[in-house]
Design a protein around this ligand. Structure first.
Ligand SMILES: *Cc1c(COP(=O)(O)O)cnc(C)c1O
Length: 497
């Protein structure tokens, strides 16, 4: 069975020349590489030929693969053929222009090629000397990104894999500042570690909870602050929660403000939250994992207003900056705190240049690091600041277009404002207007029907108890025509279910 859509080039025969020892010979590598690049170019151009959401049953992919590794090596062409036959049907196509679920992310051409090069170079940038280029390019590229986002030079950047890990490190720095020497003493024996509290809105990402759990504060330490009618943290409620906690003998530690929440992309009022943090001497971490990208568009600079007063901020270029997964950036004003928390140099990793250089292993838990900055550098150079802004501005425009269509359509309603490129809405036929459970059930059926159809992929959330469909726009290849097709399909399917 071939799942190759008509027009795909397929894979040519690639003769196998490898000997009993050694790596794949250069001529074979060249032939295999060209075949693969041809396939990827076709794939990226025509990703919409595939069902966006993988249409396989649990276990189906695993069952179609051998349970043991082959004894004899196989031809590269046979491996590639199995990619098409077995792997591709089990892919959910994040690179499809009609992938509108979660956050619509994009592995742009220059990013894919840079990642390929990064694998070939196989840099492991734990120490400056193990990759001076990866170490220094990371600092330079993050300086570019910081300026594009309008953040002050006081922020130093470091790359991790995901925002979850960036936020974990930010809160580890906050813990280090509040509890000096905690890396040596641990938490158990310390009076001053009792009742620590971390505040975020009830719309904040679950990565905040996970970081608090992992830092040993206990999940009870997370205080979820209520939001206003636009899903933004209420800073008065924040101040009240802090006062209540202090009165009860707890110890406020940090506040996480979100600019671009995961459900609705709402933007917490960072200036008012920064006022509270300064007054209360709390660490302020801004979770701009998604929304930070919007700030590079001049009209959208407001989303990071007040972020210059934060202690740390996370932004994920892998979310809305055309960067293949994964690449998350933590900006921190006092990176020394992270080094105090995590730097540990065994004898075999000491180097003579240590005082003059930055060793990336010192800024976190992991020792080794991939050469991730290479892809961000390629992308910023290839598209240019202007090209990045134009693309993000287009996603913002498309979201407003969709919001307009929804608002004008009887039988549909929008469930949240649209500050960025995510639209939350639902079908709500007039006949069901006083039956909230029936409306939820209808929208669940609608989502299931849309996603099993394979033409588009949406996800959902719950807003004030109501089941909401969520359509996110963020892929470089998504056009208004794709959006119009999706909207027509949503209306037709709603009428049917
Ligand atoms: C997606 C998201 C995260 C987590 O992202 P990962 O990089 O997958 O860990 C955190 N915060 C917000 C606001 C997000 O949207």
């Amino acid at each position: 069975m071939t799942t190759r859509p008509a027009g795909d080039p397929g894979f040519p025969d690639i003769p196998r020349h490898v000997g009993p020892l050694g790596d794949m010979p250069a001529d074979e590598f060249r032939a295999a590489g060209h075949a693969l690049v041809d396939w990827i170019a076709e794939y990226l151009q025509h990703a919409e030929r595939y069902p966006v959401l993988a249409q396989v049953a649990p276990g189906e992919i695993a069952r179609s693969l051998p349970t043991q590794a082959p004894e004899e090596g196989e031809a590269f062409g046979d491996i590639l053929a199995d990619v098409e036959r077995v792997i591709v049907p089990g892919l959910t196509h994040w690179n499809s222009p009609t992938f509108f679920a979660y956050f619509s992310i994009c592995a742009s051409g220059p990013g894919v090629l840079a990642d390929f090069l990064s694998s070939a170079l196989n840099q492991q940038a734990m120490l400056w000397r193990t990759s001076p280029a990866a170490t220094e390019l990371e600092a330079v590229t993050l300086g570019w990104l910081r300026q594009l986002m309008g953040l002050p030079a006081a922020f130093e950047g470091v790359i991790y894999d995901t925002a979850s890990i960036s936020t974990l490190h930010a809160l580890a720095a906050a813990r280090e500042r509040a509890l000096r020497g905690v890396r040596r003493t641990g938490l158990a024996s310390r009076e001053d570690a009792r009742g620590l509290r971390v505040y975020c809105s009830e719309q904040a990402h679950s990565s905040v909870d996970k970081a608090v759990i992992l830092l040993g504060l206990g999940h009870d330490a997370v205080v979820k602050v209520p939001t206003d009618d636009a899903f933004r943290m209420d800073p008065v409620a924040l101040a009240a929660a802090i006062a209540d906690d202090r009165a009860a003998g707890h110890r406020p530690l940090a506040v996480v403000a979100t600019t671009g929440t995961t459900s609705t992309t709402s933007v917490d009022p960072v200036p008012a939250i920064a006022d509270v943090c300064e007054r209360e001497d709390l660490w302020l971490h801004v979770d701009a994992a998604y929304g930070g990208a919007a700030a590079i568009v001049p009209d959208m600079a407001w989303v990071l207003e007040g972020a210059d007063r934060a202690d740390s901020l996370v932004v994920n270029p892998h979310k809305w900056m055309l960067t293949p997964f994964d690449l998350s950036v933590l900006f921190c004003k006092d990176m020394e705190l992270l080094r105090e928390a995590f730097s540990l140099v065994p004898e075999y990793l000491t180097t003579s240049e240590a005082p003059e250089v930055r060793n990336l292993m010192d800024t976190g838990v992991q020792l080794g690091r991939r050469f991730r900055s290479l892809k961000l550098w390629f992308i910023l150079r290839y598209f240019g600041a202007d090209g990045m802004r134009t693309r993000i501005a287009e996603h913002l425009r498309l979201a407003q277009v969709l919001a307009g269509w929804i608002d004008a359509e009887p039988g549909f309603e929008r469930l949240a404002p649209v500050p960025m490129s995510v639209v939350c809405f639902r079908a709500c036929p007039r006949t069901l207007h006083d039956q909230p459970e029936a409306i939820d059930a209808l929208n669940e059926r609608l989502l299931l029907a849309l996603n099993t159809g394979g033409q588009i992929f949406l996800s959902h959330t719950k807003l004030r108890g109501a089941y909401a469909l969520r359509l996110a726009i963020g892929h470089a290849r998504t056009t208004e025509a794709h959006l119009a097709m999706a909207w027509q399909l949503i209306r037709e399917t709603a009428a049917r279910v």
